[in-house]
Design a protein around this ligand. Structure first.
Ligand SMILES: Cc1cc2nc3c(=O)[nH]c(=O)nc-3n(C[C@H](O)[C@H](O)[C@H](O)COP(=O)(O)OP(=O)(O)OC[C@H]3O[C@@H](n4cnc5c(N)ncnc54)[C@H](O)[C@@H]3O)c2cc1C
Ligand code: SF4
Ligand code: SF4
Ligand code: SF4
Length: 385
């Protein structure tokens, strides 16, 4: 029976919950705001399935990608996080009668996985959402759709893809999986609290949020909050929620020494930001966003080849995708003050202010240099238009 004594050994993928034949495991939120499986020992039939399928306890071998590309889809890049390759693949998939599952914002801005069957619904799946997504019964729903003969594209973090593959057991003809490079996910419970705090201070409900507002460019993205009656854009170094995510303060414990990113999820395609673009594909280095695309399987290659006519891209080396990218890195250092931070969250009278006090500010000369680079880059973009 699954029992989480070391939180770094559970990514929260929900595979054990979906697989338990006695249906005796539920996900429960801890004090840091992350969800963990809890099994009811009175109902458990001691079959051991939960431990046998857990992808963290039984990680797959690392796969070497077959090919790598730098790519951008001009018609999809707006609103996407990197080069707009995920929305392009999703569009191709639904137009061919398939179902696409990915992370979206719910009406109250909670991050949830949902299934989309038509092009109109795909915009909800576009873009990165910086909180761990709720999967609910997504794995069971996917199994039912596959059984009915439907084709499904599932997109998520490497641990979610590994969890789905583990739950389904053997390779499924109708399933294709796309994972994202992932340096970690922030606490959904913290996002909920932070959201409530800013709604209170702005006297307005939050309608939407763009975690990667690119009005200053792809590299210098900020965060934009759309309240009912106004929009507020906050520079990423000043926004406590985004800054602490980027400083690794608010990540799930399993993310610091992740066993599933970097080729261990069993995904067909991996998408990332191509941060090394200046040296790798200089002609695409215009700050409009470029994806690194890793083709991991023949199934992935088949889908990617269907969309190559609708994107600008070039083949590059696999290592160039992984370069300068924390989403493929090994262990991430746990910030010294992480425990102290989460301990104080519940009692903080002014949560945004409390969170701001944990942001590590860069020295003045670095901030000035970055500000000048940002302005130059915006000027270059304007001159190119
Ligand atoms: C929490 C998080 C951390 C990331 N870390 C890195 C990194 O370190 N390095 C890097 O290169 N790229 C990272 N990315 C991925 C990257 O920013 C892009 O999402 C990816 O390159 C796809 O971009 P796109 O333009 O092709 O499509 P997009 O339209 O941007 O892709 C959107 C799809 O990404 C998936 N997604 C978005 N948010 C979540 C979420 N909370 N949980 C699960 N899946 C989600 C969904 O299925 C969603 O529909 C991260 C993304 C997230 C959400
Ligand atoms: S051992 Fe079997 S019955 Fe018990 S919690 Fe795990 S999967 Fe469920
Ligand atoms: S990693 Fe997934 S399968 Fe393993 S214990 Fe956590 S939720 Fe269950
Ligand atoms: S870093 Fe690893 S454990 Fe954390 S969300 Fe990403 S894939 Fe999952």
């Amino acid at each position: 029976m699954i029992r989480i004594s070391d939180k770094s050994l559970c990514s929260g993928c929900t595979a054990c919950v979906s697989a338990c034949p006695a249906q005796c495991i539920v996900m429960r939120r801890d004090r840091e705001g992350f969800d963990y499986p809890v099994a009811n020992s009175d109902l458990c039939v001691k079959c051991g399935l939960c431990e046998r399928i857990c992808p963290v306890l039984n990680p797959c071998d690392r796969m070497e990608p077959l090919d790598a590309y730098a790519a951008r889809c001009a018609s999809q890049v707006e609103g996407a996080s990197s080069g707009g390759i995920f929305p392009l693949l999703a569009q191709e998939f639904v137009s061919d009668g398939g179902i696409v599952c990915g992370a979206a914002l719910d009406t109250d801005c909670t991050v949830v996985h949902c299934a989309v069957e038509d092009e109109a619904g795909l915009s909800a799946l576009k873009g990165s959402k910086y909180a761990q997504s709720e999967l609910y019964s997504m794995f069971e729903d996917i199994r039912a759709e596959l059984k009915d003969g439907r084709r499904v594209l599932f997109s998520g973090t490497p641990c979610q893809v590994a969890g789905l593959n583990a739950y389904l057991g053997k390779a499924q003809d109708g399933l294709i999986t796309v994972d994202i490079a992932c340096h970690g996910v922030p606490s959904p419970g913290l996002w909920e609290k932070y959201k409530a705090a800013i709604e209170k201070s702005h006297h307005s409900p939050l309608k939407s949020v763009d975690f990667r507002d690119r009005s200053e460019g792809w590299r210098h993205y900020n965060i934009r909050y759309d309240f009912r009656d106004k929009s507020v854009t906050v520079p990423r170094a000043k926004d406590p929620y985004l800054a602490l995510f980027l400083q690794d303060m608010t990540l799930r414990p399993s993310c610091y020494d992740c066993r599933l990113r970097g080729g261990c999820s069993g995904s067909d395609i991996t998408l990332s930001d191509l941060w090394s673009v200046a040296g790798t594909a200089p002609e695409m280095n215009d700050d409009r966003g470029v994806s690194g695309v890793l083709i991991n399987t023949e199934k992935g290659r088949e889908l990617y080849e269907k969309v190559t006519g609708r994107l600008v891209g070039q083949q590059i080396q696999v290592d160039q995708v992984r370069k300068e990218n924390g989403g493929f890195a090994g262990a991430v250092v746990v910030p010294e003050r992480r425990d102290e931070f989460f301990k104080g969250v519940h009692s903080a009278a002014d949560l945004p202010k409390y969170m701001s006090s944990f942001i590590i500010r860069k020295p003045l000369h670095v901030r000035m240099y970055q500000s000048i680079r940002r302005k130059l880059s915006a000027l270059k973009r304007r001159m190119k238009k």
